[in-house]
Write a protein of this length. Structure first.
Lengths: 533, 399
């Protein structure tokens, strides 16, 4: 589909390894250890899961169009809400950025591939199995668990076997992330081309290096939380059961100790993409590279110290409420530093506004807006009113959709020529951007008001006073979903028959994949490391 | 390009003006609910203050960015400068936000400490979250001993669209909480099954309710009136259907309510030895069933296959083999019929629930008379024929 096979290089390999040329068809994809192929598979998988999760979101918003229960029963509604969250987080946005990592890290550091090529293949192929378990859970007796993506105990104890499917899927996805992260850390630390010091490598590689450490640290914690849920359900333990000497709040502490760094796992690679795109379209170097590295590291370290801001209403002592309030507001500082640095990169540059740059600017605006609603939520007294309401839903969709997903779109439009050798249609790209921008805000801006007005989250039905905002939000959702079809059309027609891309379609792009490799990038690149001046 | 921006902006402005002018805008809510406690008022003030700050920063930063978008574009011939770092700028835009955050954190700190101080209440009430209703018990202060369940009273017809929804749709209950105005009320929260959360936006109070743990919070309502909130922690299928309604009344009205309630409790104090007729039990049992059992077992008694068992006669039960075996072992499932097993087992399941499932232990929530009547109703409906169960039998089976 994407990269051109370098048959010349392969002929030399054949004599050494004795296989009979590259596999074709499905076997190529099952057995590939090539970082470009694996990157492609992650992105295609993520795209597919994005549509699956999106259909669930459309169903949710359709039910919420009016008060009353019209098309879905409440127990199924809870299942949809749960699976929408899990699929979007673990099936769409995380694999998408792993796809970027696979494609770009070796090329950006001048390495021929990832450090552990076969491990890379295994890390990917765990995911379709995990996703199948999640989807199959809808069809087992009792259906998918209706517990929210946060899976609080003891509600999880009441669920049928779908809950166990979910736990197993999470184990598989966690294994995939951990192995992928080990791969990324080893690759970045050991395989940079001579002259590519850590402080010379692209910001995208830095953000993934830091993200990989976060993943290695916290995925095992999630595994612990869901395993304890599994043993409480089936093996007579009482970790989260007060009657047996345990504590339901323990689950929340363990889950959120994972859960908070998890959101930075999603955000940091997104920041990395933006740090590549904005300088390219400003024709100016990234402002404050060293500060950006320190700010990203500060965010990562602080992210371990804020988890209980998700728990302001559980009844922690005053000292704990205050500690988590202070640490959470503190994270605003390095995040703000990054936003200022991106704006300073644009300042007095020579700006052009092709689709990647539009999405990057959209990211800047809307991620920051999401950050501000996060600041409001960080303040414990205000959070007492807003916890578990639509204000929280608005906040995290701003940072994860208008933040991470916009960044992913920026990256896809930016690197598509490098990956496929073809230029996407710029007019369709702009249409995709503007429709997405308008409909996204229609869905989620009004949800801030819903939360303030008192509408809880995870409810299938609501009082008529909330109707108008819900209707606007639902119409926005339908429009947003249709807008993604523009993207899909553009993507597919580009890959099949797009105009040939020049070697350097973006004059301001200056990382190794743009300066030292042809477009499209060859199947094997940097088999000898580049010489860096 | 500029005219395109202007056109987009004009449409947005037109849209907002249109919405504001339209009548529906009057119904739209833009901010937190009007506060009726000093804490809620403080939260509103803090929120407005932070909003102002955040808007100023947003407009400032993105004003600069949009200026750049217009003035520094390649299509206008602007050439790129090549500067890429400035330590002074980095220090300034680290330290200044830090100072702003400290300034915000100070009033917030005061409020956290204030919110947590539940000492010296005038009245203490325990709220217990159940799937899916609240139970209230006045445990200290005037009204001590009063206890009742507070269940959603919106009719099913309104939910499924067979009747028009009124203004308090999903925010109305059969027995609201009643508290006196201007008194410090300490709310204890706990739960009978899963995590719930007791929230009244007008009070600025939200406290999670955990099974097996007691938490507390407090409020002092300064205005009489009826205030409505909802459960704020996902607790299963009817999470949206267990609201909280609090009536804040003048002290003399509260005194009268307490007196009336205590009299009612006294007169209804059951004569557990009274023998009821089959018809009396069935009639009362139907009401108890409608308030407590219908959500899962359905009005037809058919349950939901695979999830909630049927209690009507002759219905094969599609449950996991494990659940079937457990029910068989307890003598509750016999000849393809759920409720035709021994009465003791039927009573046992209603009293103590089935741990690890959604079947709650109703022994804590319902009186002997209520349990006797609902079991009689079940054993005599939907094709079942099982005779009467008297309250004394239920009492004997409680352990």
């Amino acid at each position: 589909m994407s990269a051109v096979l370098d048959t010349h290089g392969h002929a030399a390999h054949d004599e050494h390894h004795g296989h009979h040329g590259p596999y074709g068809g499905i076997m190529r994809w099952i057995t590939t250890t090539n970082h470009k192929d694996i990157g492609t598979m992650y992105l295609v998988f993520a795209g597919f899961m994005f549509f699956v999760g999106g259909v669930m979101a459309v169903l949710i918003r359709a039910e919420l169009f009016e008060p009353g229960l019209q098309i879905i029963v409440p127990e199924f509604y809870n299942q949809l809400v749960t699976m929408h969250g899990l699929i979007m987080i673990f099936g769409a946005i995380m694999p998408a950025f792993v796809g970027f990592a696979n494609w770009l890290i070796p090329m950006q550091i001048g390495a021929p591939d990832m450090a552990f090529a076969r491990l890379n293949n295994f890390s990917f192929w765990l995911l379709p199995f995990a996703a199948s378990l999640l989807i199959i859970s809808f069809f087992v007796p009792g259906g998918a668990p209706g517990v929210g993506w946060t899976m609080y105990a003891p509600l999880t104890m009441q669920m049928g076997v779908g809950m166990d499917f979910m736990i197993f899927a999470i184990h598989l996805m966690g294994m995939s992330s951990i192995m992928g992260s080990i791969n990324i850390i080893t690759t970045i630390l050991n395989m940079r081309a001579p002259g590519m010091t850590l402080m010379r490598m692209p910001m995208f590689c830095w953000t993934w290096l830091i993200t990989a450490y976060l993943l290695v640290a916290v995925m095992p914690v999630l595994a612990g939380a869901v395993t304890m849920t599994l043993t409480d359900r089936h093996f007579g333990t009482s970790f989260f059961n007060a009657a047996g000497g345990g504590d339901p709040v323990l689950y929340q502490h363990i889950f959120w100790f994972f859960g908070h760094p998890e959101v930075y796992v999603i955000a940091l690679p997104a920041f990395g993409v933006i740090s590549q795109v904005i300088p390219a379209f400003s024709r100016k170097p990234l402002f404050g590279y060293a500060s950006m590295v320190y700010a990203t590291s500060a965010i990562a370290i602080l992210s371990f110290m804020v988890w209980a801001h998700h728990m302001y209403t559980v009844g922690m002592p005053v000292a704990a409420q205050l500690f988590f309030m202070y640490s959470t507001t503190l994270i605003a500082i390095p995040t703000g530093v990054k936003v200022f640095n991106w704006v300073a990169t644009m300042w007095r540059g020579s700006l052009s506004f092709e689709t990647p740059m539009l999405f990057a600017i959209g990211f800047l605006l809307l991620f920051t807006l999401g950050g501000f609603s996060g600041l409001v939520l960080a303040l414990a007294p205000i959070d007492i009113q807003l916890q578990d309401t639509y204000y929280v839903v608005a906040h995290f969709h701003y940072v994860m959709v208008a933040g991470a997903m916009f960044s992913a779109f920026a990256g896809i439009y930016f690197w598509l020529p490098k990956w496929t050798g073809r230029m996407y249609n710029e007019t369709l790209g702009k249409w995709h951007f503007w429709l997405t921008m308008i409909f996204f805000n229609m869905i989620f801006f009004v949800q801030h008001f819903l939360g303030l007005a008192g509408m809880p989250r995870r409810i299938a039905d609501y009082n008529p006073e909330f109707t108008t905002w819900n209707q606007i939000s639902s119409i926005g959702a339908f429009g947003f979903a249709l807008a993604q079809l523009v993207f899909l059309y553009n993507l597919i027609s580009t890959i099949r028959s797009g105009a040939k891309a020049p070697d350097k379609p973006w004059e301001g792009a200056d990382s190794l994949e743009w300066t030292h490799l042809p477009t499209p990038a060859p199947y094997h690149s940097f088999e000898t490391p580049p010489v860096l001046k | 390009m500029a005219s395109k921006w202007a056109r987009t902006g004009a449409w947005w402005i037109a849209g907002v003006i249109g919405m504001v002018l339209s009548g529906r805008a009057m119904a739209l809510e833009w901010n937190l609910q009007p506060p009726v406690t000093p804490i809620a008022a403080e939260i509103l003030t803090l929120h407005n203050y932070v909003m102002l700050l955040v808007i100023v920063i947003f407009v400032g930063v993105f004003g600069v960015m949009f200026y750049s978008v217009f003035a520094h574009r390649k299509s206008k011939g602007h050439k790129a400068a090549q500067f890429h770092e400035n330590t002074t700028a980095e220090i300034l835009w680290t330290v200044i936000p830090a100072i702003i955050l400290v300034v915000i954190a100070l009033p917030a700190t005061k409020t956290v400490i204030w919110q947590k101080d539940t000492s010296n209440p005038d009245l203490t009430i325990k709220a217990t979250g159940y799937q899916w209703k609240w139970g209230y018990e006045y445990v200290q202060g005037e009204g001590k001993g009063i206890h009742f369940l507070s269940t959603l009273s919106t009719p099913q017809d309104e939910i499924v669209g067979n009747a028009t929804k009124d203004a308090h749709y999903l925010l109305e209950v059969d027995h609201p909480l009643v508290v006196p105005v201007n008194k410090k009320v300490r709310m204890l929260t706990t739960a009978g099954d899963v995590i719930h959360s007791w929230w009244v936006p007008a009070f600025g109070v939200k406290q999670d309710a955990f099974p097996g743990i007691i938490r507390d919070t407090w409020f002092r309502a300064t205005k009489t009136g009826t205030y409505r909130g909802q459960c704020a922690e996902l607790c299963g299928k009817n999470h949206a259907f267990m609201p909280i309604v609090v009536k804040v009344v003048a002290q003399d009205q509260y005194d009268a309510w307490v007196k009336q309630h205590q009299e009612q409790v006294a007169s209804a104090a059951e004569d557990v030895n009274r023998k009821w007729s089959l018809d009396e039990l069935k009639a009362q049992g139907e009401k108890v069933y409608a308030a407590n059992c219908v959500a899962c077992h359905q009005a037809t008694g058919m349950g939901i296959p695979g999830t909630f068992p049927p209690i009507s006669a002759g219905n094969p039960f599609q449950a996991s083999p494990q659940m079937l075996k457990e029910l068989e072992d307890r003598g509750f499932y016999k000849d393809g019929k759920i409720v035709m097993g021994p009465v003791e087992h039927h009573v046992d399941i209603v009293l103590h629930g089935i741990p690890g499932t959604a079947m709650a232990a109703f022994g804590k929530q319902l009186s002997d008379t209520e349990i006797a009547s609902v079991i009689t109703y079940e054993r005599n409906s939907w094709g079942n024929s099982g005779g009467a169960v008297q309250p004394a039998e239920v009492k004997a089976l409680r352990k």
